[in-house]
Design a protein around this ligand. Structure first.
Ligand code: ATP
Length: 302
């Protein structure tokens, strides 16, 4: 059991920030027995994941009743498939992720996993079924081993190393004088954005959830790191249902389905090639980003 000595007011703030940033810390708050704003129904059963199909049925949502955010979102992610959410800033991509993790309840419609309404099952079982790889992985002031194994206290050394290898962080870890015993976090070794993300990927691989929610980093990583991370994310996604919140379109061109959101509505959906042929919003976003990336590469090469 972790000993945590923090004032509860501070925890409230942290909880709000975590909800906002989509960090996978459901377990931490279960441990702390924090009274979350969303409560389980009395005698709620656990979520029974069969294939991991995720459906949104005419979902509406607002944070504030005067300002609707999602306006009737319907989508189905078949088991084992990858769906990417794209759209301008503020279009509602992260909100969809927060609702899937049930940080908030929908204000209309329903979200189901394998037919079960999220509101009917325990939050603990829901959080166990979904692995979240956030933009910014939170590290605890502890060893790299602890940070990878977080959420799986029973993990063996072999399992931890296998997860680290799959996330392409093992070689880096063993190059450190203290290896997996290296202290990281605020008071330890500061890891780069890419290294932190790979610790987060290793943590998720070890957790082995049937559903993944990826919040792609907006901050630019160098090209090699970016490629390595994409490779690890793809490997991790095999055989799982994946919802990716994408900021750069180049990373999601091979998704099974791309959903284009605008002001809380789905305005286009389909595969990359089909959407390019439609010459609509996705095609112009793609053209704009390709031009920007080329320009950045030229500047980098100059
Ligand atoms: P980005 O690409 O910039 O991350 P996004 O598409 O993920 O954007 P969301 O974070 O889902 O967008 O936000 C959708 C809308 O909801 C925005 O207008 C935002 O201001 C609003 N919003 C987000 N979180 C809250 C909140 N906690 N309270 C009130 N409004 C919020």
């Amino acid at each position: 059991m972790i000993q945590i000595t923090m004032p509860l007011g501070f925890l409230g703030t942290v909880y709000r920030e975590i909800r906002q940033s989509l960090v996978d810390m459901g377990e931490m708050f279960d441990l702390l027995q924090q009274q979350a704003e969303i409560e389980d129904k009395a005698d709620a059963p656990v979520l029974n994941v069969k294939g991991g199909e995720v459906t949104f049925e005419d979902v509406t949502f607002h944070y504030d009743p005067t300002r609707p955010i999602l306006k009737g979102i319907s989508l189905r992610v078949p088991p084992g498939q990858t769906v990417a959410l794209v759209g301008p800033s503020g279009s509602g991509k992260s909100t969809i992720g927060r609702l899937l993790f049930r940080f908030y309840d929908v204000t209309g419609g329903a979200i189901r996993i394998d037919g079960q309404d999220l509101r009917d099952v325990t939050q603990e079982s829901l959080h166990d079924a979904i692995g979240v790889v956030p933009q910014d992985t939170v590290l605890f002031n502890d060893t790299i081993r602890y940070n990878i194994a977080y959420g799986r206290a029973d993990a063996s050394e072999e399992e931890i190393i296998a997860a680290a290898k799959a996330a392409k962080i093992h070689d880096f870890v063993i190059s450190l004088p203290e290896g997996y015993d290296t202290a990281v976090g605020e008071r330890g070794l500061k890891l780069s954005g890419g290294e932190k993300q790979r610790v987060g990927i290793a943590r998720t691989i070890l957790k082995n959830p049937p559903i993944l929610l990826l919040d792609e980093a907006t901050s630019a990583l160098d090209t090699q790191t970016e490629r390595d991370i994409q490779t690890s994310l793809k490997a991790m996604g095999k055989g799982r249902t994946v919802i990716t919140i994408a900021h750069r379109l180049s990373t999601i061109a091979d998704a099974d389905r791309i959903i284009v959101l605008e002001k809380g509505e789905i305005v286009e959906e389909g595969r990359h090639e089909d959407l390019l042929m439609q010459r609509g919003r996705y095609a112009s976003m793609w053209a704009r980003q390709s031009a920007e990336e080329e320009e950045a590469e030229e500047q980098g090469a100059a």
